[in-house]
Design a protein around this ligand. Sequence first.
Ligand code: COA
Length: 318
Amino acid sequence: MGTPFITLLEPTKLDGYNPQLPHNMQAPHIPAPFKDAMEVRERVFVEEQGCPLEFEHDADDARSCHWIMYASVNTTTEPEQRDPHTLDVVRPRRSITQTVPIGTLRIVPFPHPPHPPDGARYVGGVLQDGSGNNSHPEQNGDGKLEESRSFNGNGNDSGNGLAAPRRHRGMSLVDERRMSAPMPYGADRQTDFHDGKESYVKLGRVAVLSEYRGRGIADQLWNAARQWLEQNPAFFNPSVKEWGMDVMKVDNTRDVPEWNGLVCVHAQEPVVKVYERWGFRLDRGMGKFYEENIPHVGMWTRLKIRVSEPTVYISGHR
Ligand SMILES: CC(C)(COP(=O)(O)OP(=O)(O)OC[C@H]1O[C@@H](n2cnc3c(N)ncnc32)[C@H](O)[C@@H]1OP(=O)(O)O)[C@@H](O)C(=O)NCCC(=O)NCCS
């Protein structure tokens, strides 16, 4: 395997992506790095773990940042030929070197749907009510399923970079308004590491092809994503211009949701150790839930970001 390299795909319109079809049968306008991410996800989540193909691509893909790791792989197309008597090479081995995607992950910006209730089951990202029917899918004006609800961030860091069990601050008027608002910046239930209000990004779809596992590929992907997040902390902060104060249920820009370094992952139970190595801590308050029948738990970390100070203007001085 040649030296691997990582590509970042920032949020991209994926209109026309057909979730019923595999990556290599998508329309030409779908960006190649996204198809490459899907190639890895199909091999790992669909073929290996048995998740249905139509649920692999979801509405979060277009608004997420994706990191894709590639490796140069040399494959023999024709083996070497030797003279059977002299054993001299009569024709050397022929091969081609291809760059192939071997791992991926994504970071989904806030807002997010509410934390899964303990014991909950999700199929295709939709909470089931126990009878196999989805419960209370929320719809926006276009009749599309909405996945967004989130919170304003005001939490305190534990000081060691990790999210510590939080002291939950009281409800402000803004929180109350968001709680009663159907979309999109509602409040959530409190867990061990989340006060139910702070904005967080979600790490997900972490996958490495089975033949490349155990070589620290996932570590490299996470390091790339972590460093990028640390360097671009405001990237996902919503723009008042784009959303409008009304949608965010705020009266002034001070209350606009902002990211302060908090990251959540819904971790498949068998790989909790990998996330612990990356600094995530298990949130027992989130319980255990099932996504496509695979048991998951909630984990959190807090990245060290530099929060920009608001500019204060004093009359006559700048
Ligand atoms: C989780 C995953 C992304 C880790 O990727 P990776 O690049 O192999 O990560 P690492 O190299 O750090 O190895 C992780 C662990 O798997 C072990 N491992 C080694 N070879 C392995 C192999 N062939 N298959 C599986 N795990 C292997 C490693 O020893 C390591 O264990 P350790 O943390 O106790 O040392 C990868 O195993 C994967 O794609 N799993 C299936 C999809 C999945 O579960 N994703 C997580 C969704 S929440």
